[in-house]
Design a protein. Structure first.
Length: 235
């Protein structure tokens, strides 16, 4: 049985029960240079939470940890990624859950990334790691595919996404994927190679070469909603 069967799904509420949900079931974020501004392979230290920086998390949100210290480098979440997780945490995307697909180069890079997720806050007192865990069973980590140590590899289409499909039970066509694609076209590979047998569709993909900004986040939601609408029209 898929682990999806035991997951705690966020409640889906639409005004008309016959209206398809316009939000993806699974949003997948690349981390380095997409979700946040740094590449973990360039860093040498796990995050020192005591040296983290606090600041505004946005108008009306409050103050929290906005920068995580890895040596002399401060890791910050891109504005679009922060908005995405804030709105998700506040229940504004019914039926959605989130995941990570990162091909962090080394085991140390993976540790640094995980320590950043455990330090950076989305809303006051709520860390990024906690938000990624929302909606999944306690202790579930199948939505967090980080690194390239086997069974993972540098090829997200060959490893990260098939594992996400198996672990979460979410069809490829119900996913939305963001990746900077500065070191290879992960978006193109995933859209071509990770497709559902019945529909022939893969994830909706959005490239974020300058990091996930608000415009890219909104564009991703629009593209996914357009897919849902087009499939309804065809039906």
């Amino acid at each position: 049985m898929s682990r999806l069967a035991t997951a705690r799904r966020p409640a889906t509420r639409v005004d008309d029960a016959s209206t398809p949900n316009p939000y993806p079931e699974l949003v997948v974020f690349d981390l380095d240079a997409c979700f946040w501004d740094e590449e973990m392979y360039t860093l040498s230290h796990t995050v020192d939470a005591a040296r983290s920086q606090r600041g505004s998390l946005g108008e009306g949100i409050g103050e929290g940890v906005v920068a995580a210290a890895s040596g002399s480098t401060m890791i910050r979440i891109h504005k679009g990624a922060l908005l995405a997780l804030q709105n998700f945490h506040l229940g504004r995307y019914p039926g959605m859950r989130i995941a990570a697909a990162s091909s962090a180069d080394t085991p140390l890079a993976v540790k640094i990334g995980k320590s950043a997720l455990a330090t950076l806050e989305i809303v006051p007192g709520v860390r990024a790691r906690d938000v990624f865990a929302s909606g999944w069973p306690d202790g579930f980590e199948g939505n967090m595919q980080i690194g390239r140590t086997p069974p993972l590899s540098a090829n997200k289409a060959a490893t990260h996404f098939p594992i996400l499909r198996r672990e979460t039970g979410v069809r490829y066509s119900s996913m939305l994927f963001f990746d900077d694609c500065n070191w290879g076209d992960h978006c193109g590979a995933v859209s071509r190679e990770c497709v559902d047998d019945e529909s022939g569709l893969g994830p909706v993909v959005v490239r974020t070469p300058k990091g996930l900004g608000v415009e890219e986040w909104m564009r991703g939601l629009e593209l996914y909603a357009e897919r849902v609408a087009s499939r309804v029209d065809v039906a």
